[in-house]
Structures are given as C-alpha cells and as structure tokens.
Design a protein around this ligand. Structure first.
Ligand SMILES: [Zn+2]
Length: 274
C-alpha cells in the first residue's frame, strides 16, 4: 500500500486494517502536451468500476428507450458519432489502451443541457445541449473531449473510491455501534458520480486541459471550448443549465482554456494538414 499523503488515507487505513479494501496509487494517463500530472489514489479496481458503469449505462439507455427518447433524431446521432470517431483515436496520446475500449455513443432526447461519459467510454449527449446551445461541430467536440477526458483520467473511479472509503468508514463505525449499513450499489454510485454529482475544480481543470488537446489532435479548433462554456453560462438566463452545477465554472476557466488552447494550436494545425 502506497498512499502518500491524502485526505482519505486515515479512512483507507481503517478500511484496510478491517480487511475490507485495498488502496493503490496510480497514474491513469500520460501527461500529454498539456502536462496533466497528478497521482491518484484508488480503492476500487478499473474492472469493477467499468462493470458497474456498463450496468448503469445499460439502465440509462433502457429508461430512455422506454420514453422513446433514445437516438430519436438520426442526424444528431450520426453527427455525434462522427465526432466521437475522430476524438477516440486521439485518446492514445493519453493512454494506449483507450482506443480499444468498448466505446458507446448515444443521444438522449431531453430538454436538459447535458452530456457525460461514464467510466470505460460510455457517452451520452442530450439533444437539449445540441439544440439550446446551437453548437457547432467544434463546440460539440469540445464538450465531448472534456467528458472523454474525465473517463481517461478515471475521475469516476477516483470519486467512487472516495465515496467507498467514506461509506466503508461509516460502515465500520456503524458496525462498531451495532447499526446496519444501508450502502448503495456500485452501479448507483458510478451513475451518481458521473451524472449527478459535481466534480472538484481539480478534476474539471484536468478535463478542460485534456479536452482541448483531444479536440486539437482530432482536427477541431481547440478555441471552441471557450465559446462553448460561454454559451453554457448564458443558456437559461437566470436559471443556468444543471450541467453547470455539476461543472463548477470558476472565473478563471476561460483564461485557462485560452492558455491551453493556445498551447495545443500546433497539434490542431498538424491535424488539419493531414
Ligand atoms: Zn467536467
């Protein structure tokens, strides 16, 4: 076990000493041209998180299909899948295994301005995002690149690990007190952390930076991320999209995106020449 200093370590130590979990320090991605480097502590394996993700994704698609909201507009589906087909090969710059993941890309008909990528490459783009923001292909590539980046960095696994550490600690406390532990299934946790709960600023910064590089390598103008997030902020007037509440939008986000888009411009220009 190699935890280094991390806020969840006391919990992990408690969990491990109780024989309930083990902790790994990992480097999920190469740093890329944008230089994302941060050691991550994981309690859950990729295999178990990806299996849970598959279950959660299946369930989401089934529910959408029941409401006749799954891939309703063939032209939107074709558009989103064509962009994914360019972004996915670009993931090899960050991790060699990613292009071979079982990627899935679907469009959910919904008023909601939303998009996400569950662990292991399970993508959904909501029609509300495409229509309400009137996105260009470059902007769509920006939002999809950002969401794919969360999956490459395994932010869902990291977040679920933090949750598991907490609930294990709660479980231990509860066991000591003789109280039962309710505990959600891992599939629910994975769905929650991907779709419903905000990621930290640090995770968002990493996804922004890797996202612009993925877009650039796929031949999409990385500067479109700036207008995408501006449109996102303007959408809905006084009631901004739910998406923004799970994607904290600090004032310096536009500055960071401008900076990193400039750094990856040579990759974009090289991709355009191919
Ligand atoms: Zn994000």
């Amino acid at each position: 076990m190699n935890c280094k200093s991390n806020f969840i370590c006391p919990l992990l130590v408690a969990a491990v000493s109780a024989g309930l979990a083990s902790c790994q320090t990992v480097q999920t991605t190469q740093s890329g041209a944008v230089g994302v480097e941060r050691t991550q502590v994981m309690m859950l394996s990729s295999a178990e998180v990806n299996k849970a993700s598959q279950q959660a994704y299946r369930k989401t698609l089934q529910e959408a299909a029941k409401k006749k909201a799954l891939n309703r507009d063939a032209s939107q589906v074709q558009r989103v899948r064509a962009i994914a087909a360019r972004l996915i090969p670009a993931t090899s710059a960050f991790r060699a295994d990613a292009p071979r993941w079982q990627w899935e890309v679907n469009v959910i008909a919904s008023q909601e301005v939303n998009a996400w990528c569950m662990p292991g490459g399970k993508i959904a783009v909501y029609s509300g995002l495409i229509e309400k923001l009137n996105v260009t292909d470059e902007e769509l590539a920006a939002v999809m690149g950002h969401e794919i980046a969360h999956a490459l960095r395994e932010h869902g696994r990291e977040r679920a690990s933090q949750q598991a550490a907490q609930s294990t600690a709660i479980g231990i406390g509860a066991a000591l007190l003789g109280i039962g532990n309710a505990g959600a299934s891992l599939a629910n946790i994975v769905a929650d952390v991907t779709v419903g709960l905000p990621y930290s600023r640090e995770f968002e910064r990493e996804a922004d930076r890797i996202g612009v590089e993925l877009a650039a390598r796929a031949g999409y103008d990385p500067r479109a991320a700036i207008s995408l997030w501006q449109k996102m902020g303007q959408a809905g007037g006084s009631a901004p999209p739910q998406f923004l509440s799970t994607h904290p939008s600090p004032e310096n986000r536009a500055r960071d995106l401008t900076d990193y888009a400039a750094r990856v411009m040579p990759l974009y220009q090289a991709a355009r020449r191919r």
